[in-house]
Structures are given as C-alpha cells and as structure tokens.
Design a protein. Structure first.
Length: 304
C-alpha cells in the first residue's frame, strides 16, 4: 500500500470519529447559496437571455410532448374502434375460430356476427330478392393498438377456416405515422435543448470563472474543498433550468387548454395526469441540462 492510500485511509478513519456539527453544515449551505446569488448578480443581463432561451426551447418541447400524449390517447381510442373483419368459410365453426383468435397476442376481444344477422341487416338497408343467404359468418376482432393490427392480421390470415379479411388499413397507418412523427420531433427538441443549453451555459459559467479567478485561486491555497468551489456554479446552471421551466408554463397553459377543448369536442378522454407529467419532465430536463452544462464547463475551464 502506497503513502497516498495510507493517508486516504487515515483521513477516512479520522472523519468517522469527528462529531458532525449540524450548525456548521447549515452555515456552509447558507454560504454556498449566497455565492450562487452573487454569481447570478455578476452575470447580469445574460441571465435573462439564458432563461428566455431555455424557456422558449422548453415550451416547444412541452408543447410537442403534451401533443404526443394526446395523440397517443386518440390513437388508443381509435385503435379500440378499429376492427379486423374476419370472414369464415361456410364449413367453419365460428366458436372454435373465435377461441383460437382470442389466444393471439394484442387481441382484446372477438365478437361473432352470424351470417343470418348480417343478411337481415342488409335486407333492411336494401331491397333484395328472396334468395339464399350468400354472406359468411364474420368475426370482429378488436386490437389493443393500431400499430399491432398487421401483427394480428398476419396471425389470422394463415388459418384454414378463414376465407378473407379486411380492416381500415389506411386509417390505422396514418394514426401510427402521426404518432411516430410527433414522438420523433419531441426527441429532436430534447437534443436541441441539450446542445443549446450546454453551449450557452458553458460561455456564461466561463465568464463567471474568469471574473472570480483570483478568488478561486485564494480558496485553493486555503485548502477549500473542490465542491465548495463547484457547487455555486452548478447551482447557477440548475437555477437557469428551473427558471426556464417556470416561464415555459405560461404559454403551455394555453396549449393545455386547447388540447382539453379538442378532447371534449371529439369526446375522447384526456390522458390522466398529463399536465403533471409534462411539468415534472420539464423541470427534470431543465435542471439536468442546466446543472449538467455547468458541470461540464467546470471540468473544462476549472481544474478543481
């Protein structure tokens, strides 16, 4: 064991036997908070630029994320309406086929439509000659999500008792494509948010480090903990993220109201806890990118 490891072990053993001074810890926390506020004062008007930029990007992210939740809700609702119509052969037993199809993955329910009922409905809608019923027995298969219709369709198609089948293929594909587009845009906005935030905060924290260069050097010589120097700068970045998220809630409130009215108009239930989920996600992303951007800048420009 080398001397450094021995010193480290001795320090850790000594620290275990030193009683914790809670009052001292609160004083350190208070001092770090004051340092963070002082750093914000030094930055000046640049604070507004950073917060406004983060608020704008978080607003775009929040709008797309909230819209994605609503589109997913619409897709699920339409998915429950979309059905696969399975037309059976004349010698097939509908109950046996129903039990077989019900076992398939992603199938929510299977309903038998006897050919006699289909023929009676058709005769009520149209004037038909008195001929033998040419319609087959039909199964109405409900799928859990529109994107799983093709999977279920490919499972049903090979069955020997199936004559033909059909479903609203174009509608299902449009719903799935729209959902995928919105999700992709949301991810791209998050990436853009991260890049812009880290770039802007990197330049800002660099200015703060330069303005405190002599003070930081003195603290180093006095043996001040590295985290005592880092913490105010990381907190500054986190505050940018929190402030940007708070400002972004103002325009997002109107987006939320518009989406709720749309759900009410189409009589589709709004996603549960959607607003809370969006708010928590925005806070988390804002703080993560804000504090993370500061931390990366510290590692780059401040060797502590």
């Amino acid at each position: 064991m080398n001397s450094r490891e021995e010193q480290s072990n001795i320090k850790s053993e000594v620290k275990k036997h030193i009683p914790k001074d809670r009052l001292c810890e609160f004083r350190i926390l208070y001092r770090l908070t004051i340092e963070t506020l002082n750093d914000l004062k030094r930055t000046g008007v640049v604070n507004l630029v950073i917060i406004t930029t983060m608020a704008a990007i978080l607003t775009i992210f929040g709008a797309f994320f909230r819209s994605a939740l609503s589109i997913s809700s619409f897709a699920h609702e339409l998915g429950s309406v979309l059905e696969i119509s399975v037309y059976l052969k004349s010698d097939a037993d509908p109950n046996i086929v129903k039990n077989r199809v019900s076992e398939f993955e992603h199938v929510e329910s299977v309903k038998i439509i006897p050919k006699s009922d289909s023929w009676a409905d058709l005769k009520r809608e149209m004037k038909l000659p008195d001929v033998e019923n040419p319609l087959p027995d039909t199964l109405r298969v409900k799928v859990d999500k529109p994107e799983n219709i093709d999977t279920v369709l490919n499972r049903i198609k090979p069955l020997s008792s199936v004559e033909d089948l059909s479903y609203a293929q174009k509608l299902a594909k449009k719903i799935t494509m729209l959902n995928q587009v919105v999700n992709t845009i949301t991810i791209l906005v998050v990436i853009l948010l991260g890049m812009l935030t880290i770039t802007i905060i990197n330049n800002t924290i660099q200015l703060v480090i330069q303005s405190r260069k002599d003070e930081i050097e003195i603290m180093r010589l006095m043996g001040v903990s590295n985290w005592y120097i880092r913490f105010p700068l990381i907190m500054q970045g986190a505050l940018y993220g929190v402030s940007g998220a708070i400002v972004a809630f103002i325009p997002l409130h109107f987006v939320e109201r518009g989406l709720i009215h749309m759900h009410q108009f189409f009589m589709v239930p709004s996603p549960m806890y959607a607003q809370t989920l969006v708010a928590l996600t925005m806070f988390l992303i804002g703080v993560t990118f804000g504090a993370g951007g500061s931390f990366l800048c510290i590692k780059k420009h401040l060797q502590v």
